[in-house]
Write a protein that binds this ligand. Structure first.
Ligand SMILES: N[C@@H](CCC(=O)N[C@@H](CS)C(=O)NCC(=O)O)C(=O)O
Length: 307
């Protein structure tokens, strides 16, 4: 089997979610460090332009978005599931909803503490190419009170849910735990310790530490060139887990499609539909240098339309 390659950067908290999933599963992988903002010249041809981090690669199969990366890890390495049996649907839905709603308010709390240290070129990139909002401390300050209320309101139910069990679904962690954990990680990792009191995090600390203890698995440093060569040398894996022509919107395999995130970093990825379901979509692209690629996206959070 082709090796797992993770394209990521250290301060990317969605990447931390995947690193921690790899840690929980105890998996070995090649770690390719990418820049914290574009250009990423050897990654963009593999993703067809999708610009967010992280990206997981297995040969010529490219997984964009943590909500397809974690299911792919479970499919390829079923031991220690991230979607524990019986809780798969809730783990998916809860993780998606939490991240979607918490991301901007969490950044609001982050910049309240450390906004003055964020370089102007980073703020410009996040405004023009990613979130389409100004995340400078001054621009976010008027909403700080609302962001804080929102984050505390979400944390309140998380605290209730975790009061009587080690993880959200019992004794084993799930993708939902990792989704909730990663936004808290962003704050605890970067803000001064006062953030714990501001957010009332104390009851969550044992759960937080249990997840942090999973570590990052077994990474080996690799170059972007080596990852690109791995894609070029491989062929996409045959798709056996999705029904042919199973697209709920009626798109047929072989038809040209455009896949675009529906929230931020809305760069369209063009290709030919390989297979789709209510939960995922796979697109074929042929890159002049990298050759044939299958690019995998979650369905929820992306618009898929005929080209
Ligand atoms: N829904 C995406 C969100 C990924 C995301 O927003 N990642 C951040 C980094 S933590 C990002 O891509 N920032 C802009 C960039 O790095 O280009 C996922 O689950 O992977």
């Amino acid at each position: 089997m082709n090796q797992i390659i993770l394209h990521h950067y250290p301060f990317s908290t969605f990447s931390e979610k995947v690193r921690t999933a790899l840690g929980y599963k105890g998996l070995a992988y090649q770690s390719v460090e990418i820049a914290g903002l574009p250009p990423r010249p050897l990654l963009a041809p593999l993703t067809g332009g999708y610009r967010r981090a992280p990206v997981l690669q297995v040969g010529a199969d490219i997984y964009c978005d943590t909500n397809i990366i974690l299911p792919a890890l479970d499919r390829l390495h079923p031991a220690k599931p991230l979607y524990p049996k019986g809780s798969e649907g809730v783990a998916q839905g809860l993780g998606f909803a939490w991240e979607r709603q918490m991301w901007v308010p969490t950044i609001g709390v982050l910049v309240h503490y450390i906004g003055e240290h964020i370089p102007p070129e980073f703020i410009k990139d996040r405004k023009e190419g990613y979130l389409m909002i100004d995340i400078s401390k001054e621009a976010m300050a008027p909403q700080f009170a609302q962001h804080l209320q929102f984050v505390r309101g979400q944390l309140a139910w998380l605290k209730q849910a975790l009061a009587a069990r080690p993880f959200l679904f019992g004794d084993a962690p799930s993708a939902a735990d990792l989704a909730c954990w990663q936004t808290i990680f962003l704050l605890r990792k970067n803000c001064p310790p006062e953030v714990d009191a501001l957010l009332g995090l104390a009851p969550l600390v044992p759960w937080y530490e249990r997840i942090a203890a999973f570590g990052h698995g077994l990474p080996t440093t690799a170059t972007a060139e080596a990852a690109f060569e791995a894609a070029r040398a491989a062929q996409p894996a045959p798709v056996t887990h999705l029904a042919p022509n199973g697209d709920p919107g009626g798109l047929l395999a072989g038809c040209p499609v455009v896949v675009t995130p529906d929230d931020n970093a809305r760069v369209p990825v063009r290709g030919t539909l390989v297979a789709a379901s209510d939960t995922e979509v796979i697109v074929h692209r042929r890159d002049a240098q990298a050759g044939d690629l299958h690019i995998h996206f979650p369905r929820l959070g992306f618009d898929v339309v005929a080209a």
